[in-house]
Design a protein around this ligand. Structure first.
Ligand code: COA
Length: 372
């Protein structure tokens, strides 16, 4: 049977890491400055004093211990609290494209075939650097790939949606491979002044090369099936957009960065995703208990524990339920692909695993794979 194969993956990890302690120190300095500056209004009850953050809360509530970022100095400067990434001229490779190209080169090297065998580039991620031209076309150009590329954004679920799109392309044109990249500068859409969410995200880029089983060499992973689902919710939202320029009063407002109702998201997503995985596995005739490994989206370690327990019907082992959120934090679309890239060893031919993502939209995608 002709199938789409995940032939290779790649990873680009940014040069800087910020520990919870470093992040919380900066946040608490910002809070102390704010409260000192507004002491009179706070005393008069006109302004609410800000509360400090703690490294212990962050780790306990999310499982995050540190995150990688493209710029550290700006984020941990209490006067700035945002990454400082200088704009580049139109003659230079864009920073988001640079990250994607690095991840793609890692994947291409592992694949061992020439880029002339790739016909499509999908840039599937949460936050594109600009409106147009598409990031994918710039990445395609930088890698010397002939064919076409386009961007797609399904927030944290972008990578599994990208795998599904690639699978459909390959079914209709088995002669060409697809390169799917997930560059994420999540630190640029995170509000580092918000106590509830300042710790959540990190930066990274991942890449996946998919091709037809008719062309694939030995190794890699057969895609057994893909399922996608979306259900509208404003519980994870970012209102940044070009209309904000026309409405200056909206510029810089907190809703132009990431905002979420974290508890609501947790409660809504766990049943939605667990049921989706179980239904998809059943449709494929898989014995759920025999799924060897889960590479879940990395948003919250407690959420992943719950989903894994529901899916496997027992307590998952550390090997079964891969965790990368501790060192990478939430990297949106890239999380499940980092997990897959770093922890796919130890599979015998025929053994099955699951790549699954979920997030804003709401959106969720499941991809069952079998070791070739
Ligand atoms: N430091 C210390 N305490 C903090 C804090 C911080 N940075 N932020 C919040 N708290 C406190 C709150 O004030 C609250 O105190 P209270 O109980 O006295 O009112 C308490 O900790 C619990 O806060 P809450 O925000 O409800 O925590 P939580 O356990 O729900 O964890 C998230 C928060 C965001 C980590 C968690 O809800 C989550 O990960 N949800 C899923 C999010 C998700 O998947 N999003 C997708 C994004 S793509």
């Amino acid at each position: 049977m002709k199938r789409t194969v995940i032939a290779a993956t790649g990873l680009y990890t940014p040069p800087f890491s910020i520990s919870n302690e470093e992040l919380v120190t900066a946040f608490n300095a910002y809070v102390a400055n704010f409260n000192a500056q507004h002491a009179a209004e706070i005393a008069a009850g006109q302004v609410q004093a800000l509360l400090p953050s703690t490294a212990e809360f962050v780790q306990k509530a999310s499982g995050i211990k540190s995150r990688f970022v493209m710029n550290k100095s700006g984020i941990i400067d209490p006067e700035l609290m945002r990454p400082v990434i200088p704009e580049r001229s139109n003659d230079e490779l864009s920073v988001l494209a640079e990250m994607a190209v690095a991840a793609a080169r890692d994947a291409i090297a592992a694949w061992g075939k020439p880029v002339s065998e790739i016909g499509t580039v999908l840039c599937a991620c949460s936050n594109m650097q600009r409106a147009y031209p598409a990031m994918a076309v710039e990445i395609q150009n930088a890698l010397g790939i002939e064919g076409f590329g386009f961007d797609m954004n399904v927030a944290c679920s972008s990578a599994t949606f990208g795998i599904k799109v690639a699978t459909d392309f390959i079914a209709s044109n088995p002669d060409k491979a697809v390169l799917m990249v997930n560059p994420e500068i999540c630190s640029a859409h995170l509000n580092f002044k918000d106590r509830d969410s300042h710790f959540i995200f990190g930066d990274v880029a991942t890449a996946v090369i998919l091709e037809s089983s008719t062309r694939a060499g030995p190794g890699g992973w057969d895609i057994l099936g893909t399922r996608l689902k979306t259900e509208f919710s404003s519980n994870i939202r970012n209102n940044f957009g070009f209309l904000n320029n026309a409405a200056p009063e909206g510029k810089g407002a907190p809703d132009k960065l990431f905002v979420q109702q974290g508890r609501r998201v947790f409660k809504d997503i766990v049943p939605m995703v667990s049921e989706m995985i179980l239904a998809h596995g059943a449709e494929l005739g898989l014995d759920q208990a025999k799924v060897k490994r889960l590479w879940l989206h990395q948003a919250n370690v407690n959420m992943n524990d719950l989903i894994a327990r529901r899916v496997l019907g027992r307590e998952p082992t550390a090997e079964e339920n891969v965790v990368v959120i501790d060192t990478y934090a939430n990297t949106s679309s890239a999380g499940s692909i980092i997990a897959f890239h770093l922890f796919h060893d130890g599979f015998a031919e025929g053994e099955i695993g699951l790549i699954c993502s979920f997030g804003a939209g709401y959106s969720a995608g499941t991809v069952f794979v079998r070791k070739r």
